[in-house]
Design a protein around this ligand. Structure first.
Ligand code: NAD
Ligand code: TYD
Length: 355
């Protein structure tokens, strides 16, 4: 028995592979293109584990995926591979359409062929788990109810539109062809190995260097934050017990304004690595993100009531774990903040002069 993971050298995918193998899971074939966001250093601790088989390749290369499926005959595909950063999708949406939409389509086609070729028992047991985001539901006003699985899709960024498109393809491959799919729509993750272009690791890296902490707009946007290990456990739960064709929203019950997140991070960091005057005075309000969604919130009752999953970490405990990890892994941070990273930081922040 084997599973195929796509995007397993990225932030959530790598955490998933490490957790899966440390929990004694079956062998993993890990297909990743190694874009700027993919990093084999994330998988260093399993590099000698014979249960981990890494393959560099593109999910949009259908022939290559078909050959992998024929060789390894996985009983499930867990699909993380994507372009994942909203700000990058604003600067250059093309890669998002190519990987998130076309890539997911090609992967679904390869999966369908593989699934149809399986003998009946294996065909029934096969699962295609699609990892998606709460951003497909668009934005909420302050008092709106949280996103449930029946909230209408209303994506607002090129990233969320491309993820919404991929969710629709996954749904259609189930409805039309019977492919046994599962979809998870999760809120904002944070934790070890997150690329420092996203809010929490960017703020940690800047704070440690005494650089400004760039808060977009008024910092009043709300996100629901989930520790990555809890997300990985939710995915394992849905893979094991989710009903094919169903969607499960995954969230951390931790709605926070961005400024609250940055202040909490400054205060927690002050306790671990004190700085004269603290870190809060590094906060700099900068130009807002175009089309910035105001609020995301997740109603995670379905996965809790049907499958018994709920998050283990609170925001405070998850943030403390994350900070300790980044402090202990300064080399990892230095390595990923290489040439490509610097070019991105210049491109995204040069015009965001402090407000
Ligand atoms: P990430 O950007 O850190 O990693 C993405 C990985 O996919 C990288 O290793 C990259 O090399 C790989 N990849 C990109 N294009 C590829 C292609 N064409 N073929 C093969 N591999 C390719 O992303 P992440 O934050 O780990 O997110 C993983 C998944 O979870 C994504 O589908 C994302 O939409 C979803 N998600 C993320 C969050 C979050 O807060 N980060 C929340 C909910 C859902
Ligand atoms: P991000 O981590 O990019 O995730 P997403 O856009 O997918 O929610 O951003 C989280 C929030 O933090 C979002 O409201 C944008 C905001 N943000 C800043 O205020 N400053 C920054 O430098 C970044 C990267 C994000």
């Amino acid at each position: 028995m084997t599973i195929l993971v796509t995007g397993g050298a990225g932030f959530i995918g790598a955490n998933f592979v490490l957790d899966w193998l440390s929990a004694g899971g079956e062998p993993v074939v890990n297909l990743d293109k190694l874009t700027y966001a993919g990093n084999l250093a994330n998988l260093a601790s399993v590099s000698a584990d014979p249960r981990h088989h890494f393959v560099q390749g593109d999910i949009a290369d259908q022939a290559a995926v078909e050959s992998l499926l024929a060789t390894h005959r996985p009983r499930a595909i867990v699909h993380f591979a994507a372009e994942s950063h909203v700000d990058r999708s604003i600067h250059g949406p093309g890669d998002f359409i190519q990987t998130n939409v076309v890539g997911t389509f090609r992967l679904l086609e390869a999966a369908r062929g593989h699934w149809q070729s399986l003998p009946s028992g294996e065909r029934e047991a096969f699962r295609f788990l699609h990892v998606s985001t709460d951003e497909v539901y668009g934005t909420l006003a302050e008092t709106d109810p949280a996103f449930s699985e029946s909230t209408a899709y209303a994506p607002n960024s090129p990233y969320s539109a491309s993820k919404a498109a991929s969710d629709h393809l996954v749904r259609a491959w189930h409805h039309t062809y019977g492919l046994p799919v599962l979809t998870t729509n999760c809120s904002n993750n944070y934790g070890p190995f997150q690329f420092p272009e996203k809010l929490i690791p960017l703020m940690i890296a800047n704070a440690l260097e005494g650089k400004p902490l760039p808060v977009y707009g008024d910092g009043g946007q709300v996100r629901d934050w989930l520790f990555v290990g809890d997300h990985c456990e939710a995915i394992r739960t849905v893979l094991a017990r989710g009903r094919p064709g169903e969607v499960y929203n995954v969230g951390g019950n931790a709605e926070k304004r961005n400024l609250e997140v940055v202040h909490a991070l400054c205060d927690a960091l002050q306790a671990l690595r004190p700085r004269d005057g603290g870190y809060r005075d590094l906060v700099a309000f900068v130009a807002d993100r175009p089309g910035h969604d105001r609020r995301y919130a997740i109603d995670a009752r379905k996965i809790r009531d049907e499958l018994g999953w709920s998050p283990r970490e609170s925001f405070a405990s998850g943030l403390a774990r994350t900070l300790r990890w980044y402090l202990a892994n300064a080399e990892w941070v230095a390595q990923v903040r290489s040439g490509e990273y610097r070019r991105w930081i210049e491109r995204n922040y040069e015009k965001r002069v402090p407000r």
